[in-house]
Design a protein around this ligand. Structure first.
Ligand SMILES: Nc1ncnc2c1ncn2[C@@H]1O[C@H](COP(=O)(O)OP(=O)(O)OP(=O)(O)O)[C@@H](O)[C@H]1O
Length: 380
């Protein structure tokens, strides 16, 4: 969709010239979120501003859908892309609805269509249109204003969205929430997004790919997983941090690491003496009791010793359970917090789908880090 071909940007000339971007080439696929990441001054914002011709390219070309942007009218080009920036840039004397409608009005949309679209966008960013459309920006919190910035960027339903640290000014808790909401919206809309960030956590979470820059050069362009597990050089390894194995846990899902067929499953109606025999045969001290497909709790050999009835009556309920789609990091955190050696995993209906142990987690990380060509032991 967007192709950067040997793009350089030099500000000024002579001895004071600054090379902001140095011979950068990469391609953003349609529907993909690419995060431009790197330390301050590495060229992230410049790359974004060249894309919508807010700045001009010194050398090289940028094409969108195969068309050179320099051959397009800059105003049209800008209108065809959403642009969301950290400073938000809402007009203080316009209402929220008027702020969102800026581009659709320029494009000559009818009043009814604009009004409908405004309400739709407000709902999309979790703000009730009845409450917010006629308010002024100063009457909104920072996080709410930022949501309006996102809504405005999406107003004319552009295929491409350029976002420059869009959630940078929001406190960490609200930022997590707005990132989650944005990812949900993106799952539906499938926009092509270039997203500037200096936060590795945000890049891992938001990006289908990460473009990591340093001093105007593109150092590595890869999926978050590859950036974390196969850093191309010391700069990348240092930038992602020595805790990158832990960051990988944030990328992986519980489902990817769990054991879907643990040996110690006991059906709820099994009588205690039979359950003891079963656990002894499997050489397990604990069993996971499942009844009608739903997890019930743990039983230990000790618990069962003097019992005669079905295990479902003596099982100790799980203090917490993980959902298969949760990040593996959450599962590890639950196990540490609740002092569990095994975590039960359920699907969206609450049905049992597997268990996770510390060993499963370790194995999953090792699998990601091991060379693709090595033989792997896939039995868990
Ligand atoms: N208008 C300008 N005139 C001169 N130099 C500029 C201009 N804009 C950017 N630069 C320089 O170009 C380099 C890249 O800047 P850019 O804003 O792209 O960095 P960035 O990676 O977005 O940084 P930050 O995270 O701090 O926003 C920097 O050295 C910056 O000082």
């Amino acid at each position: 969709m967007i192709t950067y071909d040997s793009v350089s940007k030099i500000y000024g000339s002579g001895p004071g010239a600054v090379t902001a971007l140095d011979n950068v080439s990469f391609h953003i696929e349609k529907g993909e979120v690419v995060v431009f990441l790197g330390p301050s001054g590495c060229g992230k914002t410049t790359t974004l501003r060249l894309t919508n011709r807010l700045d001009s390219i010194t050398r090289g070309t940028i094409t969108i859908g195969g068309r050179d942007i320099n051959e397009q009218d800059p105003v049209r080009l800008r209108q065809s892309m959403g642009y969301v920036i950290q400073e938000i840039g809402l007009f203080p004397n316009k209402t929220i609805a008027q702020n969102i409608a800026v581009v659709p009005r320029m494009l000559g949309w009818s009043k009814d269509k604009i009004s409908e679209r405004t309400d739709e966008l407000l709902r999309m960013v979790q703000l009730d249109p009845a409450l917010y459309r006629d308010r002024y920006p100063a009457e909104l919190s920072g996080g709410q204003q930022q949501r309006i910035g996102v809504a405005r960027g999406l107003a004319a339903d552009p295929e491409i969205l350029l976002m420059d640290e869009p959630f940078g000014a929001i406190d960490p808790i609200n930022r997590e929430q707005i990132q989650d909401e944005f990812l949900k919206v993106q799952e539906k809309l499938k926009k092509t997004i270039a997203f500037v960030s200096h936060d590795i956590h945000e890049a891992i979470k938001m990006g289908d790919k990460i473009a990591l820059f340093s001093e105007g050069r593109l150092i590595q362009y890869d999926t978050p997983e590859m950036i974390l597990t196969q850093p191309k050089n010391k700069f990348v390894a240092d930038f992602v941090g020595s805790d990158r194995a832990l960051k990988v846990l944030g990328l992986m899902r519980v489902r990817d690491a769990m054991n879907p067929v643990p040996l110690n499953i006991i059906q709820g109606d099994t009588l205690a003496p039979a359950a003891i025999g079963f656990l002894e045969e499997k050489k397990r001290r604990y069993g996971v009791v499942v009844d009608g497909g739903k997890p019930v709790g743990f039983v230990s050999l000790k618990d069962l010793k003097f019992e005669t009835g079905p295990v479902r009556d003596v099982a100790t309920p799980f203090p917490v359970m993980a959902q298969g789609r949760q990040p593996l990091r959450d599962a590890l955190s639950m196990m540490l917090m609740h002092d569990l050696i095994l975590l039960c995993v359920i699907d969206g209906n609450g049905d049992f789908i597997g268990t996770v142990s510390y060993q499963n987690i370790q194995r999953a990380i090792l699998d990601v880090y091991s060379d693709e060509t090595e033989d792997r032991d896939v039995t868990r």
